[in-house]
Ligand binder design. Structure first.
Ligand SMILES: [Zn+2]
Length: 118
């Protein structure tokens, strides 16, 4: 059903990891501009900026993890974390909710946005 969704924490973690790779890539491009110290420095700093951003995101995940509610997944019996109103089991991708009025409904990440508006 909702295969395209993955747990939010996992999603952010993937994002942080990709930032590191982007940082490395930008620094690598800088090597091609060895003749110009200024251009190379700009690329190096830009790459470093991505690395710093990644560190910030990792720190943010840590903060989110402490806020997330730990539950035992009813489907696979493993402990998982719920972030926001609806989220997914990290292990079996079972949609989980803390809101009883949403129970049994089809998984939709928009429920989180509606809560933010009201
Ligand atoms: Zn599960």
């Amino acid at each position: 059903m909702a295969q395209k969704y993955s747990s939010k924490i996992n999603k952010i973690r993937t994002f942080a990891l990709s930032l590191i790779f982007v940082g490395f890539f930008v620094m690598y491009i800088g090597v091609f501009f060895r003749e110009s110290v200024i251009v190379m420095t700009i690329f190096m700093l830009l790459g470093l900026l991505f690395m710093v951003a990644s560190t910030v995101v990792y720190f943010w995940i840590g903060m989110l993890s402490t806020k997330a509610v730990q539950v035992i997944c009813p489907s696979c019996q493993k402990p998982t974390k719920i972030l926001g109103r609806v989220d997914m089991c990290m292990h079996c991708r079972e949609p989980l909710t803390l809101d009883r009025s949403l129970e049994g409904r089809e998984f939709d990440e928009n429920y989180n946005r509606k809560k933010a508006k009201s």
